[in-house]
Design a protein around this ligand. Structure first.
Ligand code: BT5
Length: 328
């Protein structure tokens, strides 16, 4: 959607009544025929806009796409999501957001796509991103903190998503799987990928990428048994704009609180309470080794506390965790 269409749509969604074409053209600094042309473009995108001579334009139907004008009415915070760029298709919202951040986009800016052709997970993995059903978005953050604190963000974001999902889908228990997954009934519904540009003493920016399976009705063969969606677990369809705003609304105050703290101590009880791995036997695959043990908690910087067979406790800061069965 182009800039002018988006601004007209934002004004129409915020208005309670008709907006005159004259007022819109003055406010946006364009001709009345430009306003008319962009209203027509919005209609072609699926928006229902009534036009009445002498009164102007009134919005009567939205599309349910996570564009700025549809997300904004649900936002409660001052920064996160207030600037939002929407793309029908892109390679990866994290790649777009990193380019925007490098150009100086402010903290809280969000990039959303309806689908991704190269959605990314950690360590070169792929995030399956079909169109029309899910949320794929990236949030730009500029924490004025030394870069060693940035890895804590992944679990902080997971906690915020957990709160958002628990509020919207109270009938289902949501679990956080260290370090970056959210699960419903043991299957992955959401993944977080944080990427940072920094110097040792200062993080320049962080891009927080979130993929959330919302209304997807079938799981692709390669993810059978491992992935799910909010729809598949609850049999309800969700508004993507409302869901996106709800995640941002929970994350903004949590992030602000974290900036004033030394570490994740303030949220550890919450993370441990909702952790899938807490007090479980696990195997953690790292680059060139697998570590086994029983999870006894989460460290202040977000590490997994693992009690090993020899009785020693070690702190694991990265890796892929698996619950151990009797055989593994
Ligand atoms: C993640 O990586 O879970 C991070 C995913 C972040 C995706 C978002 S979408 C918006 C933004 N732009 C991007 O390009 N990325 C971010 P990881 O822990 O490495 O998990 C990846 C693994 O999850 C894959 O190897 C699959 O096994 C599984 N997977 C892939 N697509 C999935 C999906 N749609 N739902 C559930 N599981 C999926």
């Amino acid at each position: 959607m182009n800039e002018l269409s988006s601004r007209i749509l934002c004004r129409l969604t915020a208005a309670d009544d008709f907006l005159s074409g004259e007022d819109l053209s003055v406010e946006l600094g364009v001709t009345r025929s430009a306003v008319w042309k962009h209203v027509d473009l919005l209609r072609k995108e699926g928006y229902q806009i009534e036009a009445v001579t002498g009164r102007g334009y009134r919005l009567t139907g939205l599309t349910g796409r996570p564009v700025e004008a549809e997300v904004a009415p649900f936002l409660t915070g001052g920064r996160f999501g207030r600037k939002l760029s929407y793309h029908e298709a892109t390679l990866s919202t994290n790649i777009l957001a990193k380019a925007l951040a490098a150009e100086g986009a402010p903290e809280g800016s969000v990039v959303v796509a309806d689908c991704q052709s190269g959605g990314r997970g950690r360590m070169g993995r792929t995030w399956v991103s079909p169109p029309g059903v899910n949320l794929y978005f990236s949030l730009i953050l500029r924490p004025k903190l030394p870069s060693f604190r940035v890895p804590q963000l992944t679990l902080l974001v997971a906690a915020a998503i957990h709160r958002a999902l628990s509020a919207l889908v109270p009938e289902i228990e949501v679990k956080i799987k260290w370090p970056n997954d959210l699960l419903l009934n043991g299957r992955k519904v959401c993944g977080v990928l944080c990427e940072m540009q920094s110097e040792p003493d200062l993080a320049h920016f962080v891009v927080v990428g979130i993929g959330l399976n919302v209304n997807q009705q079938d799981v692709p063969p390669e993810l059978q048994g491992r992935a799910t969606s909010l729809f598949l677990e609850s049999n309800r369809l969700f508004s993507r704009p409302e869901l996106l705003a709800t995640v941002l609304n929970h994350l903004e105050p949590l992030y602000d609180a974290w900036l004033g703290e030394e570490d994740l101590s303030f949220i550890l009880p919450y993370l441990e309470e909702h952790s899938l791995l807490h007090q479980k036997e696990v195997a953690i695959d790292q680059l060139n080794r697998t570590v086994r043990g029983r999870v006894s908690g989460i460290g202040r910087s977000g590490e997994l506390k693992l009690e090993q067979e020899d009785g020693q406790t070690c702190l694991i800061s990265s890796g892929e965790a698996h619950l151990r069965t009797a055989l593994s």
